[in-house]
Design a protein around this ligand. Structure first.
Ligand SMILES: [Zn+2]
Length: 413
């Protein structure tokens, strides 16, 4: 019997804890049967039918893909009624996988009075999040940040800087902050789940968990805080071919609970378009927008050296924004330094650089393009990705990696 069922649900002030039981093959895929999420406000009186939603959002895809049973006594009617459309989103995205519906529910409960009161949006301080927040700022959305998502639960330093940054944004724009702490990533055995997919390049978190997993953490708050609409910022755009990502409009937009609708926002606008909107907003409002895009630096500032920092700085530059107004400071923010850091870092240029290249071509001619970036104007991403030196270094790194692996195996044998 491959079955998962709930043993105990504890709700105390701002904390929800669910202890569940598993049998059979579930044991391969679950690392911890004690799930929790904490909020920076009280969720007392939360109905059981909504309390189970955050856990379900993180385990349902496992049940669907690995043909495992889940038994639930009471469930929110909205959530249940929309699950088949959520699953359809996955089915269309992964036609090579068979999805099984093995959910058994005792009783459905109608929650929410149908009135939408407040809106909320997930917020990390990056380009996608700021674009979604600023675009909907007149709705006064609550800024929702999750500890346990991109920042691990034992990364206190990393969390401190994210927490400070999002709270600063809240103060600047007069927006309320909602902080959620949850072990939703840790309860699943991501390595086993990824291995079971047998598809190089896919990961369970990116391909199957993070959309519905994050969204459903908001179910208790939709009740406690009367949130009727939740935005989740897109990382991709509709024009990306063969995109596989758990957070997609075809999935996210169908998740619903307690009368709260979910909107996957910004899918129609690429990163350059989002940066343009943010730069325009800052100019019109004579303000600055403290973007935090860097995951390399310590202490909360953008490093201005890594690929993501360089890419974002160039995007801002191309929209005639002053880098210092958008969280990029110091000696590495000049055009020549950014070009040098990209040329000699030996990291391949991603598809986002193609979008930047299009903007270069649109904005400049060969005679007007800044001389430091003529190489990129001429050659686009090929100027690095197909550069002989880059290819040799890449090849050498691969060989060294293989040799080290063989040596390690030799020692352990
Ligand atoms: Zn950086």
């Amino acid at each position: 019997m491959d079955k998962l069922s709930i043993d105990t649900i504890k709700i105390k002030d701002n904390r929800l804890e669910i202890i569940f039981k598993i049998s059979g093959r579930w044991k391969q895929y679950i690392s911890d049967t004690n799930f929790y999420c904490e909020y920076n406000k009280s969720i007392k009186n939360l109905p059981e039918s909504l309390a189970v939603v955050p856990l379900l959002g993180n385990i349902l895809p496992i049940a669907w893909v690995y043909h495992l049973k889940i038994k639930i006594k009471r469930m929110d009617e909205d959530f249940y009624n929309n699950l088949s459309e959520v699953m359809d989103g996955y089915i269309n995205m992964y036609p090579s996988i068979t999805f099984y519906d093995c959910l058994e529910v005792g009783e459905l409960e109608k929650n929410g009075d149908g009135h939408s009161y407040k809106t909320a949006c997930f917020f990390s301080g990056g380009v996608d999040a700021y674009y979604t927040f600023l675009r909907h700022r007149k709705e006064n959305p609550v800024l929702v940040t999750v500890w346990g998502s991109d920042v691990a639960l034992d990364d206190y330093k990393g969390w401190k800087k994210v927490n400070n940054a999002v709270k600063e944004a809240g103060l600047t724009y007069g927006a309320e902050n909602c902080i959620i702490k949850s072990n939703f990533r840790e309860i699943v055995n991501a390595n086993a789940l990824t291995a079971g997919l047998q598809h190089p390049g896919w990961s369970w978190w990116h391909e199957f968990q993070h959309g519905i997993g994050l969204i459903t953490l908001m179910a208790p708050l939709s009740y406690a805080d009367k949130i009727g609409r939740l935005y989740i910022a897109s990382s991709y755009t509709a024009d990306v071919k063969n995109l596989t990502c758990a957070s997609d409009p075809s999935i996210d937009n169908h998740v619903r609970f307690n009368g709260c609708e979910v909107i996957h926002d910004g899918f129609d606008t690429n990163r350059q378009g989002k940066v343009r909107y943010i730069v325009e907003f800052a100019k019109q409002n004579k303000t600055s927008v403290d973007l935090r895009v860097c995951w390399v630096s310590r202490g909360g500032k953008n490093c201005c050296i890594c690929e993501k920092c360089c890419r974002t700085m160039m995007a801002i530059y191309l929209e005639d924004g002053l880098l210092a107004d958008f969280g990029f400071h110091g000696e590495n923010t000049t055009l020549i330094k950014i070009a040098r850091n990209m040329k000699y870092k030996n990291s391949a240029l991603s598809r986002d650089w193609d979008v930047l290249h299009d903007r270069f071509l649109e904005k400049y001619t060969l005679s007007t393009v800044p001389k430091e970036w003529k190489w990129f104007y001429r050659g686009g991403t090929d100027s690095i990705n197909n550069n002989l030196v880059f290819l040799i270094v890449k090849f050498s790194k691969k060989v060294i990696f293989r040799l080290k692996k063989i040596k390690r195996k030799g020692i352990s044998a």
